[in-house]
Ligand binder design. Structure first.
Ligand code: PLP
Length: 404
């Protein structure tokens, strides 16, 4: 893998911040987009801007073809069996809300949903809303000191009322990669379905929804070198067929009359309104970028950076790293001494490093860890050893101030 060549494809990486070269380490929040994605957006606006699916004119057909090509690219990326199982959403959050709202209508008062202590708010609040609407019970799998899920506790949570498990493939704070296939097998043995929040899984590891045997898998394009505002929800066909629509409007109908309305076939039943057909077309370019570089090469590179950075960081006085599970992905959450995470982030910003600070939309996890927030550095394919070394040097410089 030629990182210099890869970096050349990302114009934003040429920017400076406070007169220093930009070192972008906020990839878990949003990744940068390569030139081909930017070109795909420009091309869609300049050459193919027309509403999709209902037009007989050529522009509309071209826009439709680009969007449906992207659906096929997403299907192949996830190894879903058919494009009927690939729903375009605004992102992971909308995908999870779709499952909670729509599959949630098949649940009854007293039915149970299992989530984990390391979930992003996107995989907590939709279930809490469902609890208010339908009286379901939300149960939580605890984590151990390294940030791994306690699988024994997970198994103990099942009862005859357990209907659904919703778990992140990887934690955006701890980097822990969860044993999704094993969890799916356990859920299925209890007659429950499993929904995976793939926001931090899809960009870093090979996804095969058939091998994982998951029932739903949600992802965000902007965390995968793609445009913002678009994502995918994979859903197992038999379940999608049973589920009521999520939103009503154009595109999702078979026939509308005041006497009653029928729904469109899958996947359109879940795609009300004009879709983000520009984003959808550009998402295909992002996946093609990942495929060309190779997801296994990306995973290996990010793992090497993670190991190198972690080893060096642990030699810095006052350093505390949250999340040390074996096999974790390229996310390092840390605090130095008793310094507030914002202060650390501000120092780093002035030195050219873009890191994220705060609770990372995982306040319940912060409560478990007994902290308010962390500083988080997260890697993408374009990050280099030199960048990691300069990051470590910057941390060494500010650590004495932060440790005071
Ligand atoms: N789940 C996880 C684990 C995340 O890291 C994020 C975003 O940071 C989300 C869900 C929400 O993703 P989005 O804001 O793209 O919908």
């Amino acid at each position: 893998m030629d990182i210099t060549d890869i970096r050349r494809q990302f114009p934003i990486l040429e920017r400076t911040m406070c007169d220093k070269p930009l070192v972008y380490l906020d990839n878990a929040a949003t990744m940068q987009a390569p030139q081909r994605v930017l070109r795909a957006i420009e091309e869609a606006y300049t050459r193919r801007r027309a509403n999709v699916h209902r037009g007989v004119h050529t522009l509309s057909q071209e826009a439709t073809d680009a969007m449906e090509h992207s659906r096929e690219v997403a299907r192949a990326f996830l190894n879903a069996t058919s494009i009927e199982e690939i729903i375009f959403t605004r992102g992971t959050t909308e995908g999870l809300n779709l499952v909670a709202s729509s599959y949630g209508q098949l649940l009854d008062e007293g039915d149970e949903v299992i989530v984990t202590a390391m979930e992003h708010h996107s995989n907590i609040v939709p279930w809490q809303l469902l609890a208010r609407r339908r009286g379901i019970v939300v149960k939580v799998v605890p984590i151990d000191a390294e940030g791994r899920l306690c699988l024994d506790a997970y198994k103990q949570l099942f009862t005859p009322r357990t209907r659904l498990v919703s778990v992140c493939h990887a934690s955006n704070v701890l980097g822990t990669v969860n044993p999704v296939a094993e969890m799916a097998a356990i859920a299925h043995s209890h007659g429950a379905v499993i929904c995976v929040d793939g926001a931090q899984g899809a960009p870093h590891t090979r996804i095969d929804v058939q091998a994982l045997d998951c029932d739903f898998y949600a992802l965000s394009s902007h965390k995968m070198y793609g445009p913002t505002g678009i994502g995918i929800l994979y859903g197992r066909r038999e379940l999608l067929e049973q589920m009521p629509p999520y939103q009503g409007g154009g595109e999702m109908i078979g026939h509308v009359s005041f006497a009653g309305t029928t729904w469109a076939d899958l996947p359109y039943k879940f795609e009300a309104g004009t879709p983000d057909y520009v984003g959808a077309a550009a998402f295909a370019s992002a996946v093609e970028f990942i495929n060309e570089v190779g997801i296994d090469n990306i995973a290996t590179h990010e793992h090497d950076l993670l190991v190198h950075a972690t080893e060096q960081m642990l030699t810095i006085p006052g350093m505390r790293i949250f999340g040390t599970a074996p096999g974790k992905c390229g996310v390092i959450s840390f605090l130095i001494g008793n310094a507030h995470h914002y202060d650390t982030g501000l120092f780093l910003d002035k030195m050219g490093f873009a890191v994220r600070t705060g609770h990372h939309c995982a306040q319940p996890l912060m409560d478990v860890l007994g902290i308010e927030g962390t500083v988080r550095a997260s890697f993408g394919v374009y990050n280099t050893y030199d960048e990691v070394d300069s990051f470590i040097a910057a941390l060494r410089r500010i650590a004495p101030i932060l440790n005071q």
